[in-house]
Design a protein around this ligand. Structure first.
Ligand code: NAP
Length: 417
């Protein structure tokens, strides 16, 4: 297993929210795999730089690309480059202590109003991390810098806006329920002001759309919020709104929103602007509008779809023919949708395809030791034992601070262990 960072676990370590410890525990499955003497880990090796995919293919019977989709999707609105406007992909990396993102200039001390664009599970994660009392995150593996900023924050108001309506919300029921059950958080929504159009009612009545129905039921209950409680923060879940322009003097201060209506066939409804606009205060703007993959060097990539063309995980060449021994899994295989569970099923498909290809005649027992020796000449590689030392170090520091671990955020520090 080749990994750009000195440490393993990618999304589980740097994408899954720190308060979702149960999901993070999936890494224990990999720990068991790593115990096999047929497994080798090469951390701190960038494929495409230290070693090419074609070199890997020359030395291994099969190469599986599992690099995911790490970049945020830009909106293309005016003011997107102002300070205080961040991609959720960066923000999530920041609170999770990702070495590339831990220095993100996030200052929450004077930040009262946050707007999150998008209503998917990433937007939901960001809203929850900003909403829960910070002391509740102190016992997670959240990055210390993020915990400090959250503790000092002046956040009172979080607005999570969706360009379409409640029937098209992409947050799943369990995640929505978790967000709505934060006691210190008042959740309000413009749901009551919205008339579900015919298309949305058809969508909600569809037997396959159980998840959307459950979320809408939750939203309907939000209206019964207890006005007497002294809430610390308010979360507005606003539908049929799109950002138009972020304004401010070097740093974002306000966001202009436009009202939308839906048009199109059920399950294919698009947001159309009505021309109605309003401006809301905004000290931090988080764009949680989905992810995009970077083309892996030396692997065919379809810029239009944003993933590697493949047939059940077997990578296809430009002429549409399967490339022997080259496979993909996860978001780089099918685009940035779906949970870890979806990816698990999807990986099984790829591995089944790979095993079927093996039974149709493949080279086995390739000797990789010369290649490994060559690799160690060009890169400081981190093997599993060394990762274990980093792991123990992080856990030890974490224990002193009442956390499961304190992640090292500097690659130099990781390599010094
Ligand atoms: P997502 O589910 O695709 O949600 C993206 C959101 O951004 C949607 O509300 C989308 O609205 C909106 N959007 C996209 N482009 C926009 C634009 N130009 N203007 C305004 N809004 C725009 O993506 P995600 O939240 O990044 O999540 C990615 C995947 O990871 C999902 O499958 C998610 O379930 C999964 N995930 C799961 C968990 C979990 O299980 N706890 C946690 C995090 C992520 P439209 O619907 O109108 O396109």
């Amino acid at each position: 297993m080749f990994e750009r960072l000195p440490v393993p676990f990618g999304l589980v370590r740097y994408g899954v929210a720190p308060d979702h410890a149960r999901i993070k525990s999936v890494s224990q499955v990999f720990d068991r795999v790593a115990e096999s003497d047929r497994f080798q880990f090469f951390g701190n090796v960038t494929v495409g730089q230290a070693v090419s995919v074609s070199r890997l293919s020359a030395h291994y019977s099969a190469t599986i690309i599992a690099v995911g989709a790490s970049e945020g999707r830009r909106l293309g609105i005016e003011g997107e480059n102002l300070d205080g406007v961040v991609q959720a992909s960066d923000f999530v990396g920041w609170y999770n202590g990702h070495p590339d993102r831990c220095d993100l200039p996030i200052a929450l001390k004077n930040c009262r109003h946050v707007v999150i664009v998008g209503q998917g599970n990433v937007a939901c994660d960001v809203a929850r991390i900003l909403s829960v009392p910070p002391q509740r995150l102190a016992s997670t593996d959240i990055a210390s810098i993020a915990l400090q900023q959250l503790s000092e924050s002046a956040i009172r108001d979080i607005r999570m806006i969706g360009r379409r309506g409640p029937a098209q919300l992409k947050i799943t029921p369990a995640e929505m329920r978790e967000l709505c059950s934060i006691e210190e958080l008042k959740v309000s929504t413009n749901f009551a002001e919205i008339e579900l159009n015919k298309g949305s009612r058809i969508e909600l009545d569809d037997p396959r759309n159980e998840s959307a129905r459950n979320v809408v039921r939750l939203l309907q209950r939000i209206r019964e919020v207890d006005e007497a409680t002294n809430y610390k923060k308010t979360l507005h879940v606003d539908f049929l709104q799109s950002p138009v322009v972020a304004q401010g003097n070097g740093r974002v201060e306000t966001l202009q929103l436009q009202k939308n209506i839906l048009q199109g066939a059920p399950f294919d409804q698009r947001a159309l602007p009505t021309g109605d606009t309003r401006t809301v205060p905004c000290d931090l703007l988080v764009l949680a509008t989905g992810y995009r993959a970077l083309a892996p060097p030396g692997v065919p990539f379809n810029m239009a779809t944003g993933f590697v063309p493949n047939e059940m995980g077997n990578v296809l060449a430009e002429d549409g023919r399967p490339i022997k021994g080259l496979y993909v899994v996860g978001w780089i295989k099918r685009g940035p949708v779906g949970t870890i569970g979806t990816t698990r099923a999807d990986s099984i498909e790829t591995v089944d395809r790979m095993l079927a290809d093996f039974s149709n005649g493949y080279r086995f027992g390739l000797n990789t030791s010369a290649f490994v020796h060559e690799l160690r000449q060009v890169a400081i590689t981190v093997d599993w034992e060394r990762w274990r030392r980093i792991d123990v170090h992080e856990r030890t520091i974490g224990e002193l601070r009442g956390k499961p671990r304190e992640k090292l955020t500097s690659i130099v520090d990781m390599l010094s262990i």
